[in-house]
Design a protein around this ligand. Structure first.
Ligand code: SME
Length: 158
């Protein structure tokens, strides 16, 4: 497949996700390397939505370790009992944080980040292998639309 992304002209986030699905599926299903696919998916989400930061933390032994991402440099290691990422890993479900200042234990990699969504990444055996962290510089920027859209995108990593 040609490595170019066609962007939706819609301003509606649900429509943008819908528009991206077939392109993401086509790009990711042609490649079996997880890191390569995470790298491309980070780039697609950053480009399509202009989020402040998009990236993966991978489960490595007893920590989450920074993987492919797009945006400013970020903290490299997160313990399971720390931050939104650790919380997402621990409960095994998507976490939406409308205001990061109100989330106890939030790890501020950047003071520009105001709201955040973290989505678990499952493998074929339904085991969590990573989390996807998306940060916005706007308050209350994430909803169920992003939860559904991102969860669906991450199925293409299986
Ligand atoms: N805010 C995250 C840490 C990762 S950075 O935002 C890129 C957290 O609280 O887990």
């Amino acid at each position: 497949m040609a490595e170019n992304l066609i962007l939706s002209e819609s301003k509606n986030r649900e429509e943008i996700y819908e528009f991206l699905y077939p392109q993401v599926e086509s790009l990711l299903k042609g490649e079996s390397d997880l890191i390569a696919n995470m790298a491309n998916l980070s780039a697609i989400l950053k480009t399509a939505f202009d989020f402040y930061w998009v990236g993966f933390y991978l489960l490595k032994e007893d920590q989450l370790v920074l993987g492919p991402f797009q945006g400013p440099i970020a903290c490299t290691r997160i313990n399971f009992d720390k931050g939104v990422c650790g919380h997402c890993y621990t409960i095994g479900r998507t976490v939406i944080v409308p205001n990061v200042d109100l989330f106890p234990g939030h790890i501020a990699c950047s003071s520009a980040s105001r709201s955040e969504i973290v989505v678990p990444v499952f493998n074929k055996k339904n085991k969590i292998i990573a989390v996807l962290d998306v940060d916005s510089d706007k308050l209350n920027d994430f909803s169920e639309v992003d939860k559904d859209g991102l969860e669906q995108m991450l199925c293409f990593l299986k």
